[in-house]
Ligand binder design. Sequence first.
Ligand code: ADP
Length: 455
Amino acid sequence: MKQYLILGGGVVVVALLGAIGWVLAIKRKGSGAAVTGKLATSLKDEKAKSDIILGAIQDGVVLIDDQQVIRHFNQGATNITGWTKQEAEGLDWQSVFKFTNTKGETTPAEQTPLAKAFSSGLSVRDNTISLSTKAMTTVATNFSVSPLVNAAKRTTGMVAAFRDVSEERAEESQRAEFISTASHEMRTPVAAIEGYLSLALNEKVATIDNRARDYLEKAHSSTKHLGQLFQDLLTSAKAEDGRLTNHPKVIEMGAFLEQLAQDLRFSAEKKGLFMEFLFGNSQIKDASGNNGEVRDMNKVVRPLYYVQVDPDRMREVITNIFDNGCKYTEEGKVSLGLTGNDGVVQVYIRDTGAGIPPEDIPHLFQKFYRVDNSATRTIGGTGLGLFICRKIVELYQGRIWVESELNKGSTFYINIPRLTSQKAEEQMAAEAASPLGATTITSSAPTAVSTTASA
Ligand code: ADP
């Protein structure tokens, strides 16, 4: 409701600006003084009304013109930022609005919601950003910016609405802290129980009868599930508040996947599924489902697909999605593919399994979302894996999405920005020169593969 009021306020201001222009035009044309006077009065009334509305809104509402200058600054904006209307109006928005991210780092001007809305001409919402006030304190805010676009599709200004969400964010962070601590504490005893159950089931260590074995096997499987749940909870809590360990470095995706494919093949074959690795022989897809430019991949000189990611995190994402492919596929194959164009490296994982109903697809990457069907009821899972995958991919400005057909199979796509060979080489030289002496994936040994992301 508040949002509508705010946008409504924006519309009033825009209408006012339009009307001012109209009156001036009439004046220029020399129309009668009586008409002009009448219009000026009604305009004054409208302005008084809009001032009352905007002043009564507790959220900050700001109107910025096409020169990026603040033209209207309501009382809500003053309460949040500490800048008065008189001080802020007439200033460039960048002098008043300074943002920081969740880690307290200054957000470069071009990455702020205001700059994004202005340059893209699209509405932008940001509920993770914080604002530095005039007194240099930090206020957690929700920002919603709507560009004002004229008939010629030119951005003529913006209306920004924002709220102080410090309390909500503090509560959220306490909740995440609690989940993190609780899952960390519970993971330890669960790991011990799992270990002892494994020992009890080990014929070389313990002698048990068949009935006891049956009970212990069930207990072991449930304990494993519980351990997985705590692990996933811990990872997702960290992913949400930006505490996920992340050491990005330059990797060449082709070499990286070749190494990983061996482990993935093993998990597919364990379930009697065929596994294939497809390199560069596919059209690149975009998130809207369109086929992009077709790349005629040279099979002799392989393209080098450089990206900058944490290889452990990337391995977690691909393994998780591949394991899902195996989990939800009864027969057929699970393929791992790599393709790309100048700007993007695309990894895809395709299965011939159960498929996903279209109505579930928009929710699939949300926390705890599981499709409610016979397959998921019998197959264990936490509904956190894809959420964690999305969070990791977003760390690298990437995108993840799925296309699926019921009873035919699903394809998960991961797009990561591609580095040019020159940029990759420069970056690798900088990594080699850094005190940590980071190495690239082509020279590092593969590490153990876990089925879900580890914190
Ligand atoms: P889970 O632990 O339940 O597998 P995920 O977050 O990994 O959680 O996946 C969420 C849901 O998406 C799953 O419960 C399942 O319903 C659906 N899903 C994921 N991958 C596939 C797939 N390859 N085929 C069919 N359904 C899938």
